[in-house]
Design a protein around this ligand. Structure first.
Ligand code: HH2
Length: 286
């Protein structure tokens, strides 16, 4: 399985780590840490050195209740960071739902559009179609300010699956090739802990849609609910969730804590490499 992005064809036969770069004053776990261009570029360089396979750059927080940022303000935050990030030798993704930002970021050379609204804004499909960019289509409901009011499901896996299938079809109808599309269950978006956990337990059903999956569990509230830990003490919980997401069919994990996740996945891969295929006999193994 591969992900076709603009400059890179990503081989997904091993799990890939997408490192998060929030150029925001108010993101839920790292707001204000890299909210100026120079600090954010240094963070990009650090994540690549730590083993990130993709950089995901965002200029507006999507935490529940986050204030709205207009396109000019969002672009001012990320423009210089994107310009530097595209020189670092890894695919660069822009985390935005605004078509205007998608267009500008694509002109600036990004490889991927990561949209928590799955290209539902008017003009979003057209902004991406024909660009050659990869896209990540994520499930959510409503707006960050109101999304938790919409966290009501009969069968969360079926409802998320139906939504993602519909958005993937809309992307293809707009001319985005299926090889460019990745789907994301949207952990924490219009979902309470019980929904997030049921969705992860049933994530393989989403993989049956035939697209690679990206999972973003990093430092999220459900991990705090389970462990009782505040946001900066959720590294172990985040790594466990990332590994479980890979076990349930995700090829890409979106994380803040790149070194811990990369190490965990190296151990995972080493065991995979040492596993004797079921068909191999003792004789063959000699
Ligand atoms: N989660 C967040 C933001 N963007 N994109 C995808 N594809 N999947 C996710 O799960 C996802 C995402 C929220 O996390 P973060 O960027 O750390 O926080 P904030 O939105 O407050 O900046």
């Amino acid at each position: 399985m591969h992900w076709q992005t603009r400059r890179f064809l990503l081989d997904l036969s091993r799990p890939r780590v997408m490192g998060i770069v929030n150029v925001t004053p108010d993101s839920f776990s790292d707001g204000g840490h890299h909210d100026n261009t120079r600090a954010a570029i240094a963070h990009c360089e650090r994540l690549v050195a730590e083993g990130a396979d993709i950089l995901d750059i965002g200029g507006e927080s999507t935490r529940p209740g986050a204030p709205h940022v207009d396109a000019e303000g969002e672009w001012a935050r990320i423009e210089g960071v994107i310009a530097a990030a595209v020189t670092l030798g890894v695919p660069v993704s822009v985390d935005t739902y605004k078509p205007e930002i998608m267009r500008r970021a694509l002109e600036a050379g990004v490889d991927i559009v990561n949209d928590v609204q799955a290209l539902q804004q008017p003009g979003a499909l057209a902004a991406v179609a024909g660009s050659g960019a990869g896209v990540c289509l994520m499930h959510m409901r409503g707006e960050p300010a109101s999304m938790m009011d919409l966290a009501v499901y009969n069968d969360v896996v079926a409802e998320v699956s139906e939504f993602l299938a519909r958005r993937a079809q809309a992307a293809r109808d707009a001319g985005i090739p299926s090889s460019a599309i990745v789907l994301d269950p949207g952990y924490g978006f219009a979902k309470h802990a019980e929904h997030n956990l049921r969705l992860l337990a049933g994530q393989r059903r989403l993989a049956e849609l035939g697209y690679p999956l990206l999972a973003g569990w990093s430092r999220k509230r459900t991990l705090g609910d389970i462990t009782g830990r505040p946001v900066h003490q959720r590294v172990a919980a985040s790594v466990a969730a990332a590994l479980r997401a890979v076990n349930e069919g995700a090829q890409i994990v979106r994380v803040h804590d790149v070194p811990a996740t990369v190490d965990a996945l190296k151990v995972w891969a080493a065991v995979d490499a040492a596993t004797i295929p079921a068909t191999e006999t003792k004789e063959d193994a000699r």
